[in-house]
Write a protein that binds this ligand. Structure first.
Ligand code: KG4
Ligand code: ZN
Length: 334
């Protein structure tokens, strides 16, 4: 069975064709990231205009690359939230239009939960598992009994992990998105003297990352002078800060992920989202899981960031369980 996936929640316009829930025939990703870089973050209005421009070519190209005709598609899976309102609207309306015109059922898919499907596109994963999503917009822990039975265990109460990387990178004078740049300079850390810590919360499985970026900011005394002063900070000092920041964030995430496994008596941990690209994180989590006899699953690098293959995959699983959406389905930005 062929599923067409559509993902337009933020700056990526992605369309994919997958066979039987996991064989990816095509996964086209067009990004408007370059248009936002100079602003140091995503500008929603620019992103939604780009979605409108890219959606039709992306879907056509995905079908062409997969060598599949629209008439062979049996399901359209589309992100309906969370994400930027205008961007989500483009994808959902396109999917509805296609569904109506070609009489193909469609299903709205939750973007965060779909990140947990990314590792399943390339490897076998046994249920149940603890799902950890660490992306630019979200940091959440889930208990996944089945793909239609996903329960939220904990989430960030303020910034997402990726957002903390992006904001910290900005303070350090690094380009957007900051995650890969922080990872790169953190490798040059010389001293382990500097330590940061993440916010302490009442709920053991919730996260807080807004304080740590402020702690980085105050390393330069005045928050307002930070961008100016950073020019005079040595490369070594920047590397030490980046390394200490990354270490604190990952320690917190690893600790809470293991706790979730322990509380739910689960021996598998599945990770998704852009921050999962980070090799230092992969090594840390893998080693910690191994220590406790837990199997860890990571997405292939190409499926960490936003993509339509993971949307098609989760949509397929839900459809198999009898779920589909009606034309009354609306976007759910938060
Ligand atoms: O999953 P994604 O595309 O975004 C959302 O769905 O929200 O992930 C983007 C995020 C950005 O915040 C980016 O800085 C972060 O993933 N990221 C990383 C790395 N590569 C991307 N963070 C840390 N280390 C990396 N290597
Ligand atoms: Zn995402």
């Amino acid at each position: 069975m062929y599923t067409l996936g559509i993902e337009t929640s933020c700056d990526e316009t992605s369309a994919a064709v997958i066979k039987n829930g996991s064989q990816v025939l095509s996964n086209v990703i067009s990004s408007s990231l370059k248009l936002h870089t100079k602003y140091g973050g995503i500008i929603p209005e620019i992103a939604s205009r780009a979605q409108l421009e890219f959606i039709n070519p992306a879907v056509c190209l995905a079908l062409e690359k997969a060598k599949i005709k629209l008439s062979q598609i049996k399901l359209i899976a589309v992100t309906y939230g969370p994400g930027l309102g205008g961007c989500l609207m483009v994808g959902l309306m396109f999917a509805k239009g296609l569904s109506f015109a070609k009489n193909i059922p469609f299903i709205g898919v939750d973007h965060i939960k779909a990140h947990l499907y990314a590792p399943k596109l390339t490897q076998k994963i046994k249920l149940p598992f603890i799902g950890l999503v660490i992306s630019g917009g979200h940091t959440s822990l889930f208990f996944v009994k089945d793909f239609n039975k996903i329960t939220l265990l904990g989430r960030t109460v303020d910034d997402a992990a990726g957002e903390a990387f992006d904001k910290t990178a900005k303070i350090l004078g690094l380009p957007y998105p900051g995650g890969p740049h922080i990872e790169k300079i953190a490798k040059k850390r010389k001293s382990n003297e500097l330590k940061f810590s993440c916010g302490k919360l009442d709920s053991a499985l919730n996260f807080s990352f807004s304080g740590i970026k402020t702690a980085v900011l105050y390393k330069f005394k005045s928050p307002y002078a930070a961008t100016e002063k950073i020019k005079n900070v040595s490369k070594t000092a920047k590397a030490d800060i980046a390394g200490a920041f990354q270490e604190a964030v990952f320690e917190d995430i690893v600790k809470k992920s293991l706790l979730a496994c322990k509380l739910k008596k689960v021996k598998s941990l599945v990770v998704g989202g852009g921050v999962a690209c980070n090799n230092n994180f992969r090594e840390k989590l893998y080693a910690a899981c191994k220590n406790y006899g837990i199997l860890s699953y990571f997405p292939e690098k190409g499926y960490c960031m936003d993509n339509a293959a993971m949307i098609a995959g989760l949509g397929y699983q839900l459809y198999k369980k009898g779920k589909y959406s009606k034309f009354t389905l609306n976007i759910k930005p938060t």
